[in-house]
Design a protein around this ligand. Structure first.
Ligand SMILES: CC(=O)N[C@H]1[C@@H](OP(=O)(O)OP(=O)(O)OC[C@H]2O[C@@H](n3ccc(=O)[nH]c3=O)[C@H](O)[C@@H]2O)O[C@H](CO)[C@H](O)[C@@H]1O
Ligand SMILES: [Mn+2]
Length: 302
């Protein structure tokens, strides 16, 4: 082991002491914790947060975090950022990239040392569907222009959300998607994939693994770049043919992931929805959840 690694190891290895894992004692017998292609599914109880923190801390990573707040959605930024400072990648270098048409409405939120925020002005499209789906193109471009030089990982999040518990480096991996909180008990036939074969988002009824929600995705910069670029191209091709997939970019995102399997999946703890009400037994804690919004009031054309 090279000297500097030995040095780093010495400084944190006492923290790697933790309760032994027993091969014949599953940590979560109630849920699936690994996919058929051997990607882990992250649930409370399956990882030791101290061990995870101490593996990733010495790597000195920067985590780009994109969030869009266009039109009336700027009102969600304060809670999003304040709760992120309490629970999101605490102790890590986070660079928030806020995309908005109203830079003056971005609230001044105190960020922990090592964390920063940049604002990029984006146009406001006049349909909410267009605002949502154009994120793929804008993220792709931002990765090409600057994020590839400025960060090691990128996570792309919806803004109409709040953090409630740890959302830490256990999410880091090559290509990461979160299981949709409304679909995880359903047969794949019922997933809300795009079913018209003419669309680039088409998924046949006998394919697909899990239905993912596009309010959270991330991974290594290069892998997220490929994802956003492909979704953008597919969105544009559909548009040329006068098609808009059932759930816009989320449909293309899901189609992509059928063929490019995510290397790590986040359980619905990592992407919940306040509309779901009381949490079921398998959800030990809610980490990040969509707030209840008045769609008719905040959306352009609802
Ligand atoms: C449960 C549900 O219905 N989910 C769908 C809905 O998610 P959501 O209801 O979560 O969509 P949303 O209204 O949160 O829009 C997605 C994100 O786009 C940004 N934004 C959107 C509109 C706007 O005027 N300003 C703005 O900034 C903002 O970051 C927001 O968080 O729509 C998405 C858009 O395709 C996906 O299809 C989701 O599956
Ligand atoms: Mn949302």
């Amino acid at each position: 082991m090279p000297d500097d690694m030995l040095q780093q190891n010495k400084s944190f290895c006492f923290r790697l002491q933790y309760g032994q894992s027993w091969l014949l004692t599953p940590l979560r017998p109630d849920v699936l914790t690994v996919t058929p292609w051997l990607a882990p599914i992250v649930w409370e109880g399956t990882f030791d947060p101290v061990v995870i923190d101490n593996i990733y801390k010495p790597l000195n990573l920067t985590i780009a975090t994109t969030v869009f707040a266009v039109g009336k959605y700027t009102r969600f930024l304060r809670d999003f950022l304040e709760t992120a400072e309490q629970h999101y990648m605490v102790g890590f270098k986070v660079h928030y990239y806020v995309f908005t048409d109203l830079p003056e409405q971005v609230p001044a939120v105190t960020l922990a040392p090592g964390r920063k925020l940049s604002i990029t002005r984006v146009p406001k499209f006049n349909r909410w569907q267009e605002i949502s789906l154009r994120r793929m193109e804008i993220i792709q471009t931002a990765i090409e222009e600057r994020i590839h030089k400025e960060a090691d990982y990128i996570y792309c999040l919806d803004v109409d959300m709040k953090f409630h518990n740890r959302w830490g480096p256990e999410v880091l991996d090559t290509l990461v998607a979160a299981i949709h909180p409304w679909f995880y008990q359903f047969d794949r036939k019922k997933f809300s994939y795009e079913r018209r074969p003419a669309s680039k988002a088409y998924v046949p009824v006998d394919q697909g693994d899990f239905y993912y929600m596009a309010a959270v995705f991330g991974g290594r910069i290069e892998d997220v770049h490929k994802l956003t670029k492909t979704c953008r191209e597919h969105l544009e091709e559909d548009k040329k043919n006068n098609l808009e997939a059932l759930w816009q970019e989320e449909s293309h995102f899901n189609q992509y992931l059928v063929y490019q399997k995510p290397t790590k999946l986040l359980s619905p703890e990592y992407l919940w929805d306040d509309l779901k009400g009381r949490k079921p037994n398998e959800i030990k804690l809610i980490r990040f959840s969509a707030i209840i919004k008045n769609k008719a009031e905040v959306r352009e054309n609802a």
